[in-house]
Design a protein around this ligand. Structure first.
Ligand code: GAR
Length: 210
């Protein structure tokens, strides 16, 4: 069986990428294989994590392009050149256009550090999400893994996990706990579920041809 070729898109620290790499090494992700890590940020530590795991990397920096269209064209070209079949957004801080998303319909997933539909959409990313949750005073937050469609954080939900907020939480302590208790567990699990589904639909399409 040929595993699904996965690209992980990152922008920063890459702890979710690390969880994916570990899950592949442990056989938790067995229907997919990470073939490429792409960062929009040349200084992302995630790139080093990929290199340490011998995974090819690429940098496609929005700042090097005149507009979002040219940036996305390069991104697409990079992914297609590596034969990528599925994309995982793991702390990728760029919003992708509906045009881009249509090239990978039902093949892009994202991890978001809240229980969607709370604290999500444009402007809610990284630490800002946890700041907003604490400011609002919610008692429970969490993480969501979802398909990516043309609405930011609006695609079909795959998995969610709740995390209890503590009285003395700061955005930083909350972020870390949401990662540990929810994101690093949900993202690899969802990645495997989606890769398995893509393998099945590939088999169905091949059977139809026979
Ligand atoms: C993670 O908490 C991820 O859920 C969040 O950024 C962090 C990246 O950390 N993503 C978003 O907010 C997307 N809207 P990482 O680079 O260590 O994986």
């Amino acid at each position: 069986m040929k595993r699904i070729k996965i690209a992980v898109l990152v922008s920063g620290g890459g702890t979710n990428l690390q969880a994916l790499i570990k899950a592949e090494q442990k056989g938790i992700i067995k229907n997919g294989r990470i073939v490429l890590v792409v960062s929009n940020n040349p200084d992302a530590y995630a790139l080093e994590r990929a290199e340490n795991a011998n995974i090819p990397t690429a940098v496609v920096n929005r700042k090097d392009f005149a507009d979002a269209k040219a940036f996305e064209a390069k991104l697409l070209e990079t992914l297609e050149a590596a034969g990528v079949e599925m994309i995982v957004l793991a702390g990728f801080m760029c919003i992708l256009s509906s045009e881009f998303v249509s090239h990978y319909k039902d093949r892009i997933i994202n991890v978001h550090p809240s229980l969607i539909p709370s604290f999500c959409g444009e402007g809610f990313y990284g630490l800002k999400v946890h700041e907003a949750a604490l400011k609002y005073g919610v008692k429970v937050t969490g993480a969501t893994v979802h398909y990516v469609n043309e609405v930011p954080d609006g695609g079909r939900i795959i998995f969610q996990k709740a995390v209890v907020i503590r009285r003395n939480d700061t955005p930083e302590t909350l972020q870390r706990r949401v990662m540990e208790q929810a994101e690093w567990k949900l993202l690899p699990k969802a990645c495997e579920v989606v890769a398995r589904e893509l393998i099945r639909s590939r088999a169905r399409a091949a059977a139809k041809k026979d």
